[in-house]
Design a protein around this ligand. Structure first.
Ligand SMILES: [Zn+2]
Length: 287
């Protein structure tokens, strides 16, 4: 089972999250049939997103990286319970290349927080390198005013799928010595893939940070919350004429969830439900 460790150093002036997301990322990348480059890129964003979900006390987050590279962008949905799903906008990239080239160097990171009380907040920063770790470090500093070291690691090949992330953050009230500590750690940090490969995250944390306090652990898993009702509601947003045409054709239509590739058949009764939703909405608008 994939895990995230939430930890503290120096009475909470530094907090550290370490995530092993290998199984969930493997399943997501396989469902989209992604090549190595795309799997690596998506896993990096998914691993950081999974941690950002756990940082929340409630609700869910949508994290988008949209840039000028051939992948066109990455979209991840996560929640505070460790459920993650994600996709790349262009899933048919065949050529292998460095992740930063596939993602691109001009673009935006957008984070949308949905706190379950109809409160949504939205933040955005520019991409600085396309390597993802540096980009999210910049995001935390600029957008959330939290200086952060962000390490991502993934290794995708025929035999092994390893992915994860480590985020070290300076919390309000941090001291100059904490800044030096973070800088020193960033300079001499071992490769994250090697840490995750050991399978002993707790041991690795204690070795890296001898005074660490492990606060809690959280399971991470792939979960898509798609359901037929959402696709019926989606159909209801089409122009009335188009819905009527689909109903008149009198045959089921197939729709596919972009996140999990699950297919749904919308038969005539589903189509009529969409038509009714559309008509009801139009009546309300005209009333
Ligand atoms: Zn789905």
């Amino acid at each position: 089972m994939d895990k995230i460790y939430r930890c503290m150093l120096d009475d909470g002036r530094i907090r550290i999250f370490l995530a092993d997301t290998s199984n969930a990322c493997k399943e997501i990348c396989e469902r989209h049939n992604l090549n190595t480059t795309s799997s690596d890129a998506l896993s990096r964003v998914l691993s950081i997103s999974a941690i950002m979900g756990i940082m929340q006390k409630a609700g869910k987050l949508t994290i988008k990286v949209e840039a000028n590279g051939p992948l066109k962008g990455i979209l991840c949905d996560v929640d505070y319970e460790g459920n993650i799903r994600g996709l790349v906008y262009n899933s048919s990239l065949n050529e292998e290349m460095p992740v930063e080239k596939a993602i691109g160097d001009k673009g935006l990171i957008t984070v949308i927080r949905d706190l379950e009380m109809r409160v949504q907040n939205f933040s955005e920063t520019e991409l600085i390198s396309g390597k993802i770790g540096e980009d999210f470090s910049y995001y935390f500093k600029e957008s959330e005013q939290v200086p952060s070291v962000v390490l991502v690691g993934s290794q995708v090949d025929k035999h092994e799928f390893i992915s994860g992330a480590l985020i070290l953050q300076l919390m309000p009230g941090y001291k100059e010595e904490n800044v030096l500590y973070a800088e020193h750690f960033a300079l001499q940090a071992p490769k994250l893939v090697d840490i995750i490969k050991t399978g002993d995250l707790e041991g690795a944390l204690k070795e890296l940070f001898p005074d660490i306090q492990i606060f809690s652990t959280h399971d991470v898993k792939f979960k898509c919350n798609c359901e037929k009702g959402r696709f019926i509601a989606g159909l209801a947003t089409l122009p009335l004429k188009d819905i009527q045409e689909i109903v008149n054709d009198n045959k089921p239509i197939e729709v596919t969830c972009n996140f999990c590739n699950r297919k749904y058949q919308l038969d005539t009764s589903d189509q009529l439900m969409a038509l009714n939703m559309r008509l009801e909405r139009d009546t309300k608008k005209n009333a």
